[in-house]
Design a protein around this ligand. Structure first.
Ligand code: DI6
Ligand code: FE
Length: 399
């Protein structure tokens, strides 16, 4: 590829720019210059000068997919726990008995940095194969300064997509802090400046839940983030209504994620603070939850809804963003267009990248996917089938 101007033509564009359905352009073309989109339009328009041409064979073009909530770095798996749940134990029972997140913490601490990298890269490769060009990766299975740093370094070393990292030290209580939860929260806050100084943290996350951390502890973590100028996000109202969302919104959170138990007051707080609701149908499905996130209320209040895999070994072992598009429709009743906007435009916003990516528009990063489909609604329709033809990242075809 040259660093000059490339015209990508013979495509049908779901730009997702503006509010027109799909931002659709039939007979579309797109011009890239370096890593940016320079122009988007119809073939019948006046096309600016270009140096070379790529023919897309009539494919549907969308922005590259953005998986804005994953836990890709960990050792082991929890298939045994899945079996236990099918034999009657609940997710909370297993967590309280010292299994759950803490069993993954043990396996993660045992693995070397290179082993963790190999495991995480293989997982990321599966996401890339379905068109992901940007991914958020959380720590949260190390739970010591050194092990959290190692996980975040692994995330930074991943190849093939842009990675945004979130520090999730407040994910679970590690065994060496048993019975000393407040001391652990102090430690999480103390480690934060060191991790930030190493350039390892783009945002700070926490698990505010009965089996996680209280709103008061979450506030302490968010205050530490604020002192460093780091944006926050939250695992909020997943298994119960803790009021974590209202707290996160007070801190101008980029996103609140899960939200099955979100209250009407929580919806209003999100609307007022412009916080993105990240919906995670994989975890809802895998835990066989029955309480749905309040999608109609979020829609009514104008809260942007993003969608992600939440890939993690305990509650959402999926590596299929396309399956999440389908489940968002079948389980949560999003429309196919809302689902796709949720994994592009709104996912970008959940990472603080709305001005940079998530749409096909001049000035945005040249991250896009060409799909062998007739219409973009098929992305949410064909579950278990991957129609990706090619992915372009920063103006280059990913091989
Ligand atoms: N909520 C989740 O669904 C994951 N983390 C969280 O805070 C579960 C993580 C795990 O079970 O390993
Ligand atoms: Fe999560």
């Amino acid at each position: 590829m040259t660093s000059g101007r490339t015209l990508w033509r013979n495509a049908r564009l779901a730009t997702l720019d503006g509010t027109a359905p799909w931002g659709w352009i039939e007979d579309g073309a797109l011009l890239t210059e370096g890593d940016r989109i320079a122009w988007v339009g119809a073939l019948s328009d006046d096309i600016p000068r270009y140096d070379d041409v790529q023919d897309l064979g009539g494919a549907v073009l969308t922005p590259g997919l953005i998986d804005c909530h994953t836990h890709l770095v960990y050792g082991g798996n929890r298939a045994r726990e899945f079996e236990m749940r099918l034999n009657g134990a609940s997710y909370e029972d297993i967590a309280r008995a010292g299994g759950g997140i803490r069993s993954t913490v043990a396996a993660t601490r045992e693995a070397s940095e290179d082993q963790l990298l190999a495991l995480a890269q293989r997982r990321l490769d599966a996401l890339l194969a379905e068109g992901v060009t940007t991914v958020e990766v959380k720590s949260g299975y190390g739970l010591s300064l050194e092990a959290e740093a190692r996980s975040l370094r692994v995330a930074r070393r991943l190849q093939g997509a842009d990675v945004r990292t979130s520090y999730l030290g407040a994910h679970a209580l590690p065994p060496e802090f048993a019975g000393r939860q407040d001391d652990y929260v102090d430690a999480v806050c103390e480690w934060m400046p060191a991790l930030h100084a190493q350039g390892l943290v783009d945002a700070v996350d926490a698990f505010c839940e009965g089996i996680g951390f209280t709103p008061a502890q979450t506030r302490q973590v968010f205050e530490a983030a604020r002192r460093l100028g780091l944006p926050v996000k939250l695992h909020a109202e997943q298994l119960s209504d803790q009021g974590g969302t209202e707290l996160a919104c007070e801190f101008g959170a980029l996103s609140c994620d899960h939200l099955e138990w979100l209250s009407p007051a929580g919806v209003q707080a999100m609307a007022a603070s412009g916080t993105v609701a990240v919906l995670l149908p994989g975890a809802y499905y895998f835990l066989r939850e029955t309480k749905l996130p309040p999608v109609a209320a979020l829609r009514e209040a104008g809260v942007p809804m993003a969608l992600a895999t939440d890939h993690n070994p305990g509650t959402s072992p999926t590596l299929s963003p396309l399956l999440m598009l389908n489940m968002a429709c079948t389980l949560f009743r999003l429309t196919p267009e809302e689902a796709l906007r949720g994994m592009t435009v709104h996912a970008a916003r959940a990472l603080g990248l709305a001005e940079d990516r998530g749409r096909l528009a001049a000035g945005q990063r040249a991250d896009f996917c060409a799909w062998n489909i007739e219409h973009p609604n098929e992305l949410a329709y064909h579950f278990g089938r991957n129609p990706l033809r090619l992915a372009v990242r920063a103006g280059r075809i990913r091989t």
